[in-house]
Design a protein around this ligand. Structure first.
Ligand code: NI
Length: 182
């Protein structure tokens, strides 16, 4: 059974709060919610389901978008055509980052932002993220390119930051010479 989820809208104050650490191990309710979030994200990236259920494509979600101000993020990354990796990170922290910055050429989107926002969002090209899995085991993930952007976008949600906060209003777009685009 597929359950289409609803997400808090950008106008909701919950999205602007700093979330607190989640308690480990996670409750059964949270594990069930995470499973639904993974399924929603995965289906949103598969054309036939995207159309069937009228989904907006998305790669990641953070708990505040579900109305819960706790530090949990979920990313479903299509690393090859039709092949997905799921990442669930509890209390994630970026412990190191590249000096190189990149931006998504087409800008970023967010399942809580129901409009197009133009502009490049500067992100680290590579990050190392530490956190815990749903059972409380420590995990360390090295992410690059698109996945690195996704981790930074989702961790920002835990600090009440939306992607467009990082668009420079005086310089919305970068050239390839100024910043590598992916
Ligand atoms: Ni988002």
């Amino acid at each position: 059974m597929f359950e289409k989820l609803n997400f808090r809208d950008e106008k909701d104050k919950i999205l602007r709060k700093i979330s607190v650490d989640a308690k480990l191990p996670l409750s059964e309710d949270y594990k069930k919610l995470i499973d639904k979030m993974i399924k929603h994200l995965k289906y949103s990236q598969i054309e036939k389901y995207e159309k069937k259920y009228n989904l907006r494509p998305g790669m990641g979600l953070a708990f505040p978008q579900m109305g819960i101000n706790e530090r949990i993020i979920v990313i479903v990354h299509e690393y090859e055509d039709g092949k997905f990796n799921n990442y669930v990170l509890v209390n994630p922290k970026i412990v190191s980052n590249s000096s190189e910055m990149i931006c998504a050429e087409a800008g970023e989107g967010c399942l809580s932002v129901n409009r197009d926002v133009e502009g490049h969002v500067p992100r680290y090209a590579r990050v190392t993220v530490e956190g815990y899995d749903i059972y409380g085991n420590k995990v360390k993930i090295r992410a690059r390119e698109e996945l690195s952007i996704a981790f930074q976008h989702e961790i920002d949600h835990l600090d009440g930051i939306l992607f467009y906060d990082r668009i420079n209003p005086k310089k919305k777009f970068y050239t390839e010479d100024e910043m590598r685009q992916i």
